[in-house]
Design a protein around this ligand. Sequence first.
Ligand code: HEM
Length: 395
Amino acid sequence: MLIDLTDNAAFGGNSFWPAMAWLRENDPVHRHESGGGFWAVTRYADAVEVYRDSDVFSSRYGMRLDTNKAAVAAVSQRMLIVSDPPEHTQLKRVLNKSVFPDHSEDLVRGIVRELLAEALAAGEVDMVEVIRRLPTRVVCALLGVPRPEWDWLGATMNGAFEGDDEEVRSGNHAEIFLYFTELLRERRKNPGTDFISRIATDRRDTPDGEQELTDEEIIVNCNGVMAGGNETTRYSAAGGLLALTRNPDQWALLRSRGAEVIPTAVEEILRWTTPGVHVMRTAMRPARIGDRDIAVGDRVTVWNVSANRDERAFPDADRFLIDRTPNRHLTFGGGRHLCLGARLARLELAVFLEELTKRVSAVELTGEPDYTASNFTTGTSYLPVRLTPSLVPTA
Ligand code: HEM
């Protein structure tokens, strides 16, 4: 059973899971001829090898199918996610130091409480509309975007990726670049403690000595942080809530065991939802994956959605079990490109679950959920629910 892996429509529901299972069983390093030809790696162990061997499997030519080559070339070796060492290592050190400020937990909790209060007041809501403001507000706050502009910038970012046509998407992208350019100019004049100010004043080690990041590097990486942390976190939180409504025993377990089970529940939600469907690499040297020979220049795709449901790595992989351990999922990728925002995303999910279980006693679906049709970032796009408040919410 095969699907066209380049066809976004094939990922707009739950029908791609059997195709992934078929590939894992029958053709785990599959040669996909259409879409320009590429390899599709679907087993967990092979995926780990590709992530690990980033000297062979490069990101600088793009990290997804359907890459716009000119757009990647314009930022390659300057934007973290499409860079190889040594630039990648230098940039990541600088960005890593500032992506999780000390006040992250207070910030996230304040935003989650506000959003849940609004949702509870409404009673019946599309939870995707509520949850979508969590990651955008968190990342805006982190970047030092003034509060009145959070929701505007969040909506512009959503439009840049989910707008109806190319004109809308590229218009929104241009607005974001302009916005970050102006914000950087302002922060250079009046530096604060935010991410932009910190990375603008930090220095990276290069063979020619310490250097500041260029304006262009700062702007494209702010954009990268905003883009990387937006839809992904939303899909995990919304998909996690959907899984909890569909598995009432797991919701009951979460409410009864509370804080103690939240860390494993977060990992299971991440595994279960796997918003980052695939990543792509380009082979720089001849390589072997499983029993297949990979030639220089070949494109290799790793299907996280498949690796995370591989029975060889996860017993009962098709069951949603919030106390699952071990759970070494690949939702954040692996190797040197491991997600820069993993700690922040985990915090957002943990606080969301903590506050939800304190304030909400029941979540009922009131209609059929919908999903985003994309072979790159997918998840729940519509989640109509009725929320029942807890009688005595704990503080
Ligand atoms: C559930 C939420 C998230 C998921 C599923 C996710 C997924 C991923 C994956 C799969 C990668 C690896 C890409 C590759 O190997 O080519 C990645 C990298 C990255 N993510 Fe995330 N991410 C999430 C949240 C975040 C957040 C909150 C931020 C920012 C605050 C962020 C920023 C980034 C950046 C900048 C990279 C590039 C890292 C590098 O190339 O070294 N992500 N993410």
